[in-house]
Write a protein that binds this ligand. Structure first.
Ligand code: MLC
Length: 440
């Protein structure tokens, strides 16, 4: 029964939209130029943020943006973006694993910013002909950290089935994405313009199983999963919210306090995560150093003692929320550039694809051949609420797929992550006045 209550990762597929959906510097320039509300100071702000965003030339947007309809998208545009993801990633996952849609007993779908009726989960049930007794769940409004909320729910369903009076084996499908098409912000509030610079189209489909017979073919096995929610704090709650600006335009507002809120949410997650991941020797070392710091507050070492996570895990799969978020986590975990390379490269190649981001980060590690049997991988995600969710996987099988990175992994990491925005649009910093100008 204990073996059956395990949660195996059979496989996962990250969505790679067609080349025609790339959001290049030219495309971004055209979108900005179309928005007649923007003035020179707004152009300058956007230039500063895009240049510092860590995002490259190959991220993807929905067709409605490429076709100039970002301010008036139809519901059809939002559904087309989801269908393109389903048709690419979910279909490929079934094909790759040989698992038939009718073998799926649990479906958990999470897309934060789109909740049509029937639900997207129902849309997936219909599209793939999932069976009548499938337990389907649709999570919305839970932000970038919902990928691990979905994983938690699926894992609990697998556990419950395994520990029932008559234990059952089950396969669970987790589908994580974000809807960009209906959520483009067209106003001039800086905290809301920022989201347009970071969020891009993407998605991931993941197959899990509690069947001991699947152990040999599984890629990884899930260990602990810890969730922390700091939403009872006003500041934490307010740092990523959907709201209207002064002129009634809706968008996602990201406050300047968000990177700090992420670090604080991690601090709430840490006391539950660390004892389940770290060896006793590292916990003892940490407690000893904390006691010393407490007894000798004026001692030489000004930095608060921190746990060394490398004593418990080999790989860090961090949510690529933005350069400042990655940097904040790097500092608080005491990581080096190599540890955060997968998150930085994911941000560069795919942008922030919200809840699916962490699967692109994992795929980078796999494509680079870094994941060996017995290695442990810490997934750490942040999202509106404000939440920090984490989990640890152990690699149990061969992980050598290049996945969505196949055509570009050899070019990563590039010599420079600089994007061409400054070269192309840097001249706007020399323009005088506050007038409308042509970017063309
Ligand atoms: C935006 C950045 C890429 C810019 O970095 P840089 O190092 O280049 O520069 P910087 O930090 O000095 O910022 C450049 C200019 O943008 C302004 N600026 C920065 N953050 C801002 C914000 N949230 N609102 C309004 N303005 C902001 C700064 O004041 C500055 O303006 P001036 O020059 O006028 O002073 C970075 O700050 C960053 O990564 N921020 C965090 C992004 C974030 O919130 N990600 C989480 C997404 S939500 C998510 O992933 C989870 C979820 O939603 O669920």
């Amino acid at each position: 029964r204990r073996r059956q209550s395990r949660c195996y990762l059979l496989d996962y597929v990250c969505h790679k939209p067609g080349d025609g959906r790339k959001m290049s510097t030219e495309t971004s320039g055209a979108v900005i130029q179309r928005n007649k509300r923007l003035r020179l100071p707004d152009y300058r702000f956007l230039l500063r943020v895009i240049v510092g965003s860590g995002i490259g030339e190959d991220t993807y947007c929905p067709r409605s943006i490429l076709e100039g309809r970002e301010e008036s998208p139809a519901l059809r545009d939002a559904l087309d973006e989801m269908d393109a993801f389903f048709d690419d990633a979910v279909a490929a996952l079934f094909a790759r694993t040989g698992v038939a849609p009718r073998d799926v007993g649990v479906l958990v779908l999470n897309v934060s910013m789109l909740s049509p009726a029937p639900s997207l989960a129902s849309r997936a049930v219909r599209r793939y002909g999932l069976r009548e007794d499938v337990a389907a769940y649709n999570l919305t409004g839970m932000g970038c950290s919902a990928g691990l909320v979905a994983l938690d729910l699926a894992r609990n369903k697998l556990r419950a089935a395994a520990s029932a009076a008559r234990p059952r084996t089950l396969v669970a499908l987790v589908v994580s994405s974000e809807s960009i098409a209906p959520n483009w912000y067209s106003g001039t509030d800086k905290s809301m313009m920022l989201a347009n610079c970071l969020f891009r189209s993407g998605g991931a489909a993941v197959l899990l199983s509690n069947d001991p017979a699947h152990r040999r073919r599984a890629k990884m096995e899930l260990g602990c999963l810890v969730r922390a929610h700091t939403g009872a704090s006003d500041d934490a709650h307010a740092c990523a919210t959907q709201r209207e600006d002064a002129e009634g335009r809706v968008g996602i507002s990201l406050s300047k306090a968000l990177p700090k809120a992420a670090v604080r949410a991690f601090a709430a997650n840490l006391p539950h995560l660390a004892p389940r991941v770290l060896p006793v020797s590292e916990l003892a070392r940490f407690l000893y150093r904390r006691l010393l710091a407490h007894l000798h507050p004026a001692g030489g070492n000004k930095q608060a003692p921190r746990v060394n996570f490398k004593a418990g895990v080999e790989h860090f799969c961090l949510h690529p929320g933005g350069t400042a978020v990655i940097e904040g986590v790097k500092q608080s975990l005491g990581l080096d550039d190599g540890d955060v390379e997968p998150a930085r490269m994911t941000l560069h190649r795919w942008g922030n694809t919200s809840a699916s981001s962490l699967w692109y980060v994992l795929s980078y590690m796999e494509a680079k051949g870094r994941l060996k049997k017995g290695d442990r991988v810490l997934m750490l995600t942040f999202g509106s609420g404000f939440k920090c969710n984490s989990c640890v996987w152990e690699v149990t099988g061969d992980m050598a797929d290049k996945g969505a990175w196949a055509d570009c992994i050899d070019t990563y990491p590039p010599e420079s992550l600089a994007n061409p925005y400054m070269d192309k649009f840097g001249w706007i910093n020399d323009v005088e006045g506050d007038t409308l100008i042509s970017l063309g």
